[in-house]
Design a binder for this molecule. Structure first.
Ligand code: GLN
Length: 243
């Protein structure tokens, strides 16, 4: 057993796991092991309690509209605790459908409007003309590259979504589009950063392909739990996998 442990919650990992989003936890564990940190994994799904104080990292993956609608209803019961976790600076990665459901609402491909939990200020529509009046269910699919303007890091991924997400004022993008579509195919933004929450449309999974981001989030999680240790130096000393 290692001296240090982080507790990881996989929100609806049995329903929301498009393109192997669970790989993000494998990537996190891969780096954690090398610096002698154990990862204690827990699936939190329909009907389960989500305890805000219990976790050091949360993954909320993507899903098809059908599963996403089921999850959207159950998530309302966890909304207060999820909000508390986020406002207490808990690190969270939300991919695609998960990213959508943390915002105000999501318009499914068939036009049904499903409420998110509104703990973050974005919304997702299926309208795609600049005035958002014409419904278009064309999917935004393909390889995508973005640049994070604060760190200068480039992230590579694969996107496949029908929803078009628009960020709120308290939110900043994870990156600016280098190539691909991103949040809505219009405003050059991709993903979101709010407190220690990273949202993204990237599958791939994002941490597997972008070890720099995985290390950044792992540093945040470990520093929050064990503040006296220089986790950044420990993680800098091991190789970063990026492909
Ligand atoms: N169902 C959502 C959409 O199509 C999310 C898709 C996903 O998570 N890949 O926009």
């Amino acid at each position: 057993m290692a001296d240090y442990t982080i507790a990881v919650a996989h929100l609806y990992g049995d329903l929301m796991n498009t393109y192997g989003d669970y790989g993000n936890i494998i990537a996190l564990t891969y780096y954690a092991k090398q610096i002698d940190v154990d990862v204690d994994y827990q699936l939190v799904s329909l009907g389960d309690d989500f305890d805000a104080d219990k976790y050091d990292f949360v993954l909320f993956g993507g899903g098809q509209d059908y599963e996403e609608t089921i999850v959207a209803h159950d998530l309302q019961d966890k909304a207060i605790q999820v909000k508390q976790y986020i406002e207490n600076d808990g690190p969270l990665l939300a991919v695609c459908g998960g990213f959508q459901l943390l915002g105000h609402y999501m318009m499914m491909a068939d036009g049904t409007k499903v409420d998110g939990i509104g703990v973050m200020d974005h919304y997702t529509t299926n309208m795609h003309d600049p005035k958002l009046t014409v419904r278009n269910n064309e999917r935004l699919t393909g390889n995508i590259v973005i640049k994070n303007n604060e760190t200068g890091e480039e992230y590579h991924g694969f996107e496949n979504h029908q929803g078009r997400t628009f960020l709120g004022e308290s939110e900043r993008a994870l990156g600016t589009i280098v190539s691909g579509n991103g949040n809505n195919g219009m405003d050059q933004t991709e993903g979101v950063i709010y407190r220690n929450v990273y949202g993204s449309y990237f599958h791939g999974p994002i941490f597997t392909r972008n070890g720099n981001l995985a290390k950044r989030v792992l540093t945040t999680a470990l520093t929050r739990k064990y503040p006296t240790i220089d986790w950044q130096s420990k993680l800098n000393a091991i190789p970063t996998e990026t492909f």
